[in-house]
Design a protein around this ligand. Structure first.
Ligand SMILES: CC(C)(COP(=O)(O)OP(=O)(O)OC[C@H]1O[C@@H](n2cnc3c(N)ncnc32)[C@H](O)[C@@H]1OP(=O)(O)O)[C@@H](O)C(=O)NCCC(=O)NCCS
Length: 191
């Protein structure tokens, strides 16, 4: 039928969109992630941050990083100070993933930096960066689509699907994520 070509499938694409050196580097990272990363004792501060830094990440030493966090390319990760990541989070960071300071990424959030160009028969991979500014809280099981930026101070509700940039100091929720309110933070001296 016109407009419908012969298709492969998205996983059949034989394109190699990343520089050659990344393939052995990622293989090594997968070994580390399955072993040292999981086993690193949480109570020794900086152990996991140190592993990430060995693989080229820019991450503060005291960043809380659970053993169940899955990272695709550690050398494309940047996390500011005092940001915590919850268990079961996935960084599918085919391009840069930048998270700012004083933030939180709750359990099972999926930060997705890749999609496929479905207008072409071979489904070439499309890689985009993800940016999370300072003071952001990403709720549990939220899904960030490729290329989005979450503005400073924003809150992303549990299970939200973020398809567009999130304005600073807003609370978004739902699928697709929409603003449900402005974020107002109490003044100093309040608990
Ligand atoms: C997004 C969130 C912060 C909003 O909290 P809130 O400011 O108290 O908002 P409300 O509960 O008053 O809800 C406001 C509106 O948004 C909707 N809403 C809130 N959270 C939602 C969510 N996750 N998905 C879809 N809609 C949501 C409410 O139904 C309500 O809609 P309505 O006005 O039509 O009734 C909160 O609901 C949430 O998702 N927190 C994350 C929880 C989490 O991830 N916990 C894990 C770490 S501890």
């Amino acid at each position: 039928m016109e407009g419908r070509g012969v298709l492969t499938n998205p996983y059949g694409a034989r394109t190699a969109p990343h520089p050659t050196w990344t393939y052995p580097a990622r293989a090594l990272w997968l070994v580390v992630q399955a072993t040292l990363w999981r086993l690193a004792w949480r109570r020794i501060p900086g152990l996991r941050a140190g592993l990430l830094r060995l693989f080229g990440a820019r991450v503060a030493w005291r960043t809380k990083l659970p053993g169940s966090l899955r990272i695709y390319f550690p050398w494309r990760v940047s996390i500011g100070p005092e940001t915590s990541v919850g268990p079961g989070v996935t960084f599918y960071n085919l391009r840069a993933l930048t998270a700012g300071s004083r933030g939180g990424i709750s359990q099972n959030a999926y930060l997705c930096g890749g999609t496929h160009d479905y207008t072409r028969p071979t489904y070439p991979l499309v890689c985009k960066s993800l940016t999370i500014d300072d003071d952001v809280w990403i709720g549990a099981a939220a899904f960030l689509c490729p290329g989005v930026r979450v503005g400073q101070g924003a809150v992303v509700g549990a299970c939200a699907v973020v398809t567009r940039d999130v304005a600073p100091w807003t609370v978004v929720a739902g699928n697709p994520a929409r603003v449900v309110r402005e974020r107002v933070v109490a003044g100093p001296g309040t608990p």
